[in-house]
Design a protein around this ligand. Sequence first.
Ligand code: AMP
Length: 377
Amino acid sequence: MTIGILGGGQLGYMLALAGYPLDFHFRFLDPSPQAPVGRIAPRVTAEYTDYEALDKFAHGLALVTYEFENVPVEAARHLARHVPVYPPPQALEAAQDRLNEKTLFQKLGIPTTEFVAVNSAAELDVAVRKLGLPSVLKTRRLGYDGKGQWVLRTQEDVAGLGKNFPSTPLILEKFVSFTRELSILAARGRCGETAFYPLVENHHRSGILRLSLAPAPHLTEALQREAESASRRILEALAYVGVLTVELFECGGHLWANEIAPRVHNSGHWSIEGAVASQFENHLRAVVGLPLGETRTLGYFAMLNLIGEVPEPAELLAVPDAHLHLYGKALRPGRKVGHVTVRAESAEELSLRLRQLPPFFQREEFGLSAGTSGIVK
Ligand code: AMP
């Protein structure tokens, strides 16, 4: 069986690695001739809007899925006329526009921050009067890793935007004073069966994920239930098939949804070593129509992102239960080029293992001091 994947980055790369033991074959489509999957699978280099290329790409495929959420919805709909496409294109549509996303949360009774659509400086003034400051102004589409966002703390910040007011649809969100950022990975199969990984705690630097701790330290059953209930409602509302990620803020002991990603996610990479079935395997099982795998965790995990540079492998791998994943990408500042997963038997041991990591990882940007101080209390 050959599975087509739209997007050829590291998420696609790891999907294929999880699929080869199940005897799946893969074909990728990505606009970039440098897409990392080129090392391990046939890759078509074409724009997502090139329908002729899409038709050729789809020929002989059992199904199409994606690893990139900004695939044009029309491209997914076009493919769906010829071949099953999972997750369904309506999931892309919901996730690509922050206004749709937050409206969906509201409709499903999932707590989220207050928000207002904004299309001009005048509308921003009205929205700021309604929500107050601080608030966060975001582009509705195509924002990622903190790009296309402005935290507005004072009226001067609001006025400062005036000269260079972004000429794209926007959303103003009330600033959430969260205690921490969490995410949950949820899977839904073709027959509606579901599986949930434990909540993960995420730490960012300059808008980019640096560290995930799984399960989230001090995770209570009540918080996990709250996350599962919210993600189940989203999965069902979208008739979802595959792995879905819900990014959440913990606030006053409860969860507020921030956004969804209709795909496997960086905060789930620990599951390769850390769960009975990884997020990648479960995404494939779901879209192919196989039973979902166990999401039970096999210890305590930290996942550290490698951004633009990689450590000396021998030094890192000398640390017990440290695993290195490199994506075969050219090293460039700000680019996710790999990740490291560290496993331990207990939260205490994880904290110790992280302190044993080479100096490369002890720099402030990895957030280990902030992240690990909370592992053990
Ligand atoms: P997003 O692209 O929505 O995931 O936002 C990127 C990061 O900005 C999040 O991981 C948060 O750290 C922060 N952020 C986003 N929205 C808000 C908000 N409404 N209040 C406070 N912080 C936010």
